[in-house]
Ligand binder design. Sequence first.
Ligand code: SAH
Length: 237
Amino acid sequence: MDALIQSTTLLLGLNLSADQRRKVERYSEELVRWNRRANLTAITDPGEVATKHFLDSFSCWQALSAASPRRVIDIGTGAGFPGLALKILIPALEITLVEATGKKAEFCRHVVQTLDMRQVQVVHGRAEDVAHQPEHREQYDGSLARAVAELPTLAEYLLPFTRIGGLAVAQKGESGPSEAHAASEAMRLLGGTLRKMIPVELPGVAETRYLVVMEKVASTPERYPRRAGIPARRPLL
Ligand code: SAH
């Protein structure tokens, strides 16, 4: 926990309050407890949970803060990363979590309740379907995803949710720069453009991570995202 507090200050210049620390601890406990019966994460060592889940989730604020966001959506949130962790860091955010697996969505709801979080909506569904619902389409200042799909697919998941002028942020590993290059046509078709790539170094993590930051510059054509499964099977290239 001390390392997480220090690293958060170093990386983002933000100091975690006692309340935020308690929330991270409680969330971590619930994650490990639920993981015994539901397969939520491969990472359960406390130090690794702190760095690879919480700090890594917090790091997307480096990119997202530029949008001064109020409403943020996290696609394929799994056990709540990065979206629900970010809600602890920036409590004023209104967060929507989208997750296709029922058990994981249920865990997220459990954490929201346990930590008494307000203005968090958990949607059990697929991005391809949810993105066509008017209450979600182009309604978000920021959209996020970590470890969900390759960038051309992710662009099709994220950009339809993002309002014009908002940011879509994909958390990527070493492959970030090459994936961003491969996704430039997909971004264009979806109304996005590559704004920048922010390298992130996490303590104890050897590989450089990248925040691939796309800006929404034009409305996404109604035909995107395509039917569930198609963006992953036949990525726009
Ligand atoms: N973002 C989390 C989980 C990554 S695993 C983390 O970094 O820890 C990828 C998750 O995305 C899985 O839980 C899977 O169910 C979900 N997912 C994959 N495709 C999806 C889609 N099209 N719509 C919604 N969720 C999706």
